[in-house]
Design a protein around this ligand. Sequence first.
Ligand code: S3P
Length: 436
Amino acid sequence: MKKFLVIKKKINSFNKTIKIDGDKSLSIRWVLISSLSKRKSIAHNLLKSEDVISSINCIKKLGSKVKFFKDKCEITGNGFDIKNKDKIYLDAGNSGTLARLILGLLINSKNQIILKGDKSLSKRDFSRIIQPLKRFGAKFGFKKKLPLTMKGLENPKPIKYVEKKGSAQCKTSVMLAALKTNGSTIIKAKKSRDHTELLFKNLKVPMKIKKSGKYDLIELKGIDKVSPLNYRIPGDISSSAFFIVLTILSNNSQLLIRNVNINPSRTGVITILKKMGANIKFINKKIYKGEKIADIYVKSTKKLKSINCPPKLNSSAIDEFLIIFLVAAKSEGISFFKNLEELNQKESPRLIWASKILSSMGVKNIMTKDSLKIYGNPNLNLKSKITVKNFLKDHRVFMMSVIAGLTFGGKWSIYDTDSIKTSFPRFLKIIRELRT
Ligand code: S3P
């Protein structure tokens, strides 16, 4: 793959139907949870991206057997036993989800785990996960960043835990550790994506959930074995969001995206874009193993309105803000997004990158450490040369830049092309399909 992508021309009108790759959160969860069952689990439409392959490589090191076929993947795990070696070296690559979840999964490992990641992951915060896992009884080395070492224990103690960031990664890591205790773990978690809760319900894990206001109360009992998990993974709404916005910002275009996960804890992007005037519909809605799924129909929108974005939508749109900011750049009026400190904790500091890219597009914006004000311009039409060099394998910074180049004009050179391999390897192929 070329190291950088050049875009010199806006995309022409299109009217197409596409299918998006499998959901990343569900794919990683399926791999990790399947490794806990001694029986065979089967997944269809598993995302074949680097983050998921890193997850597979980790569970193979822990003793699971993995087979790929043309249309499915099979995992036979080794239950709660962990292959007996002195030290286990794991590489989470670029994936924060894998790194945080696998530490919870390995709470009962008496071997020393040495977990590393790439340059981007090595800059990210792990104290958020070290803190609760220590309370189960795990021991960590001195460092709070990757590479880090952890030693679990045979009988981890259940805990009471309050998750205040709205982080599904922290919540899930604690839920995975809780499975291996002999007792009830109680989690009070600020609302975040609830795929793990739904998967655990399918596996009949003893669990009670009370939903109230901003927080969910989850009470979860340990178990001694996990059933196999057969799953058909729906399309990823976070990947779909790039094509939804491409359509909104293009002229006279329409797009149908088939079979996307529209779990309400993930659809903040749709709520926000609709509030800004976008024309988006869910059709053929159905429910699969507790997850809502639909086809998404979207049309270009001529008149977009600015938004004062309610922070209660932040968690359900956390991976989509970069692309939402492009819609704000084209809207009438000033948009304001606040309480977004978590955006700077991603693969790269995304609030800072959003502000940089908008400024290079000539879009006035004011950034603080947790907010961004964007002065929209419905007539925005670029002629200038813009170069984006991120190099932290931040796939979403890359894809945001491509969508900006295809809809606002200008001459773009966008580095870090390889970053799409982490979450959405077919991204550029689908762009080419829409261009023909
Ligand atoms: C994810 C949770 C989110 C999200 C990430 C995937 C998950 O991170 O940004 O891309 O699968 O649980 P946080 O939990 O840190 O907000």
